[in-house]
Design a protein around this ligand. Sequence first.
Ligand code: ADP
Ligand code: MG
Length: 336
Amino acid sequence: MKKWMILFLALCLVLWGCSAPVEAQTRTIFAMDTVMELTVYADNEKLLSEAVSRIRELESKLSVTMDGSEIHTVNSAGTAPLSGDTADLLTRALALCASTGGTLDISIYPVVSAWGFTTGEYRIPEKAELETLLGRVNYSAIVLEEGVVSVPEGMQIDLGSVAKGYTGDIISTLLKENGVTSALLNLGGNVQAVGNKPDGMPWRVAVQHPTEDGYLGVLSISDEAAITSGGYERYFTGDDGQTYWHIIDPATGAPVDSGLISVTIVGDSGLICDGLSTALFVMGLEKAAQYWRNAAEEFEAILVTDDGTIYITEGLQGKFTLSENCEDAVLAVITR
Ligand code: ADP
Ligand code: MG
């Protein structure tokens, strides 16, 4: 064979190697009380293992139930030295509590526990009990100084409303730093996309229908998070036939009754999307729309009210498509 032919064949092989699609690698784990699925388009087992260890590490620091976690320690001892991760998340979560006017309140844990959401032993607390517990709820009394957190007697911190979004941000960054340009992280219904699909098109993610089987619609996202808080995720039915869900209105100590049944937030930061999905759920439609108009954070939202109307903020026009079984639903656009 002539030299140039060998060179030509070698070049073909190299080009073929470059254009061959990278196979997806998937890991499914149970962490932070939910099923997590990591789909990464890269031939890098080691990186996936590293991502899984990082999730476990974050869980062991942030968990409210795990003995020895930093949050468990402050909740039982009133004070705890924090790692960089926990201090960073706590600082940013406190800022969100403030910007959302306390509709997000990470000191709500005593109330969440009283309803049995932490153990699954559900009960309906008396009004007087809730009032006493609400006396211990006030995020602004949490003090973080030089990496040490302290809370007043009886106060307990719960980062459950933001921990998965924060974790998604950390894992997305880890993947990008290692050259990944295409990945989809599903952290128990919190979806976070790294880049686009391998073919360069946006990821298409289904948004769960809050009251029916199947989904509400499909969202197109690129390098963004899409995070839903739904009443349907964790709830119980009382002897009175009422549904009680796990998102609590810090103003009343009872499960939120804001007229919203599902809130999806789309944006660059998983942490912010996660916190806002809870906060806007508490706010209700009007206040949520107003928050979106004035917010310092950039995000878009899908809000579903209890009459089945679906509201999207204007930035989602063309990015959200109703599913076939919802084509009769009213779809309204919230404008600036
Ligand atoms: P999920 O974790 O199921 O996706 P959320 O992100 O909305 O749902 O977080 C709900 C969790 O946050 C609850 O399980 C509870 O621990 C906590 N929580 C409930 N209400 C509030 C609130 N108003 N502010 C902050 N945390 C809350
Ligand atoms: Mg949340």
